[in-house]
Design a protein around this ligand. Structure first.
Ligand code: PLP
Length: 444
């Protein structure tokens, strides 16, 4: 893929002459975001709707200027902030008045102390937590990342929000666009779960099914960006990806704040593109750097479904490169066969002393049911993947059951009912009388 400069992305002020889009938006105010920096070679460019380094084609990410923050003042400001991700606005690429703008205000989801699940898994009491992101406005973690991309889209003058999606992102973009008054046109594989399709369509934007898998959808979107038909479009996870990705940091911030400004010892994080995992690591490092948490080691474990496990396979083989796979799993929200952040995930898992593991579809279903019957949390398949992987890692001794561990549930089981519907249903059907009730053996 060629480096994209996406010239003339602003409708009102088309980039003139040799000025790149990045130059024309140099003056945007995105809070502490100072520049875009290449994750491979460190080359810096001004903030703009670009995502690949002009020098080496490496991925760009946000570089911040946090100098001037006093730790205790910052902590107070965060704690006095709203009960959503905007409490962390001083650490995000968003304008200072972001909380006043129309958006769906995701975040500040529950961190559930999961003692019942801990008992089942052999983890010490009080040590196991589930960060339950099914509580977001569109019932997945994707609202966090879309919220950042939306602010970048506003700053750069885009009028249409778009994305390639494995399902949850399409719904999050649809909802955010509806509330903010953007047009949305999103692209998904045509054969997703009905819950995801309806959830993406109900907000009134355009929803296009593509005959192919997610990787085909993503390739198509990259083509559309380079075409006049895609002019003025902000693809949240393509040309706005550096901004989008930062939304995942809020998971790290919330987990630490909810633990009483403490780092967990171990985290189990799902991997689709791997973006979320890498930015959770970035968020934790920032909290240490800012003095908001005490510096100590933490381990990050990545979780995949066996039917789409390119990162896990590479991890176990000791490889640095991730070989693409053709996904075949019920965990469709994680079904990215060619994960963009795969190599960075490998690096983080190895550097922090974590690991990457996978579970098969039966284990995913068992884990969904385990979490539901122990903690009353109904996870989508991605949550089945993380809980299933946590169980497997405890059994293999890689996850220490005596340490503080956070397992992420990133989506809502109502969107993937089919995963558990086949053997989950009525216990009995009876006539409306006591005899019939007793016959069914249901009395106390
Ligand atoms: C998108 C998604 C993820 C993680 O995505 P990354 O591409 O790895 O950032 C995790 N869980 C759910 C439910 C998702 O929809």
């Amino acid at each position: 893929m060629a480096a994209q400069t996406v010239a003339s992305t602003t409708n009102s002020t088309p980039a003139s002459g040799s000025a790149s889009a990045a130059d024309s938006v140099n003056a945007v105010d995105l809070g502490p975001a100072a520049a875009l920096s290449c994750r491979e070679c460190g080359h810096r460019v001004p903030l703009g709707p670009v995502f690949a380094c002009e020098e080496c084609f490496g991925p760009l990410e946000i570089a911040y200027d946090f100098s001037g923050y006093d730790t205790e003042e910052l902590r107070k400001r965060i704690e006095a902030g709203p009960a959503n991700i905007w409490r962390y606005a001083p650490l995000l690429p968003v304008p200072a008045d972001v909380a006043d703008k129309p958006n769906i205000n995701p975040g500040w989801t529950k961190l559930v102390k999961a003692d019942n699940l801990a008992r089942e898994l052999g983890v010490d009491a009080g040590k196991l937590f589930v960060k339950d992101d099914s509580g977001n406005p569109t019932h997945s973690f994707k609202d966090r990342v879309v919220a950042q991309a939306l602010e970048a889209a506003r700053a750069f003058g885009f009028t249409t929000l778009s994305c390639s999606s494995t399902g949850n992102l399409a719904g999050a973009v649809g909802a955010a666009a509806a509330r903010a008054g953007f047009r949305s046109c999103v692209f998904i594989p045509h054969d997703l779960e009905q819950g995801k399709v309806v959830m993406a369509a109900v907000y009134g934007g355009e929803l296009v099914g593509i005959e192919g898998n997610y990787d085909d959808v993503n390739r198509f979107c990259s083509e559309l960006i380079g075409d006049p038909a895609g002019e003025g479009w902000g693809f949240v996870n393509v040309n706005l990806r550096p901004y989008y990705a930062e939304g995942s940091k809020t998971l790290a911030y919330e987990i630490c704040e909810q633990l009483g400004w403490r780092l967990p010892d171990q985290l189990v994080v799902p991997i689709a593109s791997g973006s979320q995992l890498t930015k959770i690591d970035k968020g934790l490092k920032e909290l240490i750097q800012l003095g908001l948490v005490e510096d100590k080691p933490y381990k990050i474990f990545g979780a995949q479904a066996e039917g789409c496990s390119p990162v896990s396979v590479a991890y176990k083989a000791g490889h640095d490169v991730v070989r693409p796979q053709k996904p075949d799993t019920i965990a469709k929200s994680l079904a990215i066969g060619n994960p963009a952040d795969g190599p960075y995930v490998l690096d983080i898992a190895r550097r922090t002393g974590g690991a990457v593991e996978d579970v098969n579809d039966d284990q995913v279903v068992d884990a969904i049911k385990l979490l539901a019957r122990t903690e009353g949390i109904f996870a989508e398949t991605a949550g089945g993947v993380t809980v299933g992987v946590a169980k497997k890692l405890i059994e293999s001794g890689l996850l220490d059951p005596t340490l503080t561990t956070v397992v992420l549930n990133t989506g809502d089981g109502l969107k993937t009912l089919d995963a558990v519907a086949s053997d989950t249903g009525l216990t009995a059907t009876i006539r409306p009388n006591l005899d019939s009730f007793h016959e069914a053996g249901l009395g106390s």
